[in-house]
Design a protein around this ligand. Structure first.
Ligand code: 6PG
Length: 255
């Protein structure tokens, strides 16, 4: 039974792995499988990457020969779920983290990497990125149709940079917005709910005991207001990949 604020359970799979290495392995295997199927079926794989800390190890794993050699990178297009309002060489830049952990190690054509130009003023960066999505991502009646969007989960239930109490949560027209995140005293540029919801696959990667409370609330709570992650109404498949620490407060949280 789906809880309030979560997609119908029949379209949601939850994987709980014993530890972080097996979590990273399972996630990398899934992404590779979805990517190879997309390339086989439609000739390309359009993947939006998450920022933050958790996915760095995943990207390093995907860059390793036993994974990277099984994807035709000429047919892969990489996007970003969100970006901090900083230049691409800044220590907080998601692009920098992805370049160091993945891009510098794979033969992906530069034109296939669709960076958010966060060195621009925030609203301009959002406009430019929306144009990049419109030009390169597959189109659909519901807007850009990415094959897979990888998301992390913040302790406050944010995904991408869709933070609680921000106007970005209400955006249903534009594919990308700039958001001034007061709780962080910083600007972010983020994909909006319509793009996340239109992806064929949403994959949430959550690790560590510090995320246990938000995971339990996201998967089991019906107490309003819903967390940003609970406001997602995905059309496609949703898969949660967690380790036992992150799932430890959720009632189904044992592998
Ligand atoms: C970002 C991310 C953000 C992140 C979560 C979880 O730019 O920080 O896009 O949504 O995924 O905050 O971050 P951790 O993986 O570092 O816990």
């Amino acid at each position: 039974m789906a809880t309030a604020g979560s997609p119908p359970a029949n379209r949601r799979e939850i994987h709980v792995l014993a530890d972080r290495p097996s979590l990273i392995e399972a996630c990398a295997t899934r992404i590779l499988a979805v990517g190879r199927a997309a390339i086989l079926l439609r000739g390309s794989f359009h993947l939006a990457l998450a920022g933050g800390n958790t996915p760095r190890e995943l990207y390093q794993r995907l860059a390793a020969h036993d994974y990277a050699s099984h994807l035709d990178w000429d047919r892969v297009h990489l996007y970003f779920g969100d970006e901090r309002g900083v230049p691409p060489d800044h220590r907080d830049s998601n692009y920098r983290m992805v370049r160091e952990s993945l891009l510098d190690h794979i033969p992906i054509p530069a034109g296939n990497v669709h960076r958010i130009a966060a060195e621009q003023p925030p609203e301009r960066a959002a406009e430019l990125y929306a144009g990049e999505l419109a030009r390169h991502a597959p189109a659909s009646p519901h807007g850009p149709a990415l094959d897979l969007v990888l998301l992390g989960l913040g302790p406050d239930g944010h995904v991408a940079s869709l933070f609680p109490h921000t106007a970005a949560l209400e955006e249903r027209e534009r594919s990308v917005v700039a958001v001034n995140v007061e709780q962080l005293q910083s600007w972010r540029i983020t994909l909006t709910f319509p793009v996340l919801e239109n992806a064929a696959h949403l994959l949430l990667l959550v690790s560590g005991a510090e995320k246990a409370p938000v995971v339990a609330q996201a998967l089991s709570s019906q107490i309003p207001p819903p967390l940003p992650v609970q406001r997602l109404r995905p059309r496609g498949e949703v898969e949660w990949f967690m380790d036992v620490d992150a799932a430890s407060a959720w009632q189904g949280g044992r592998p």
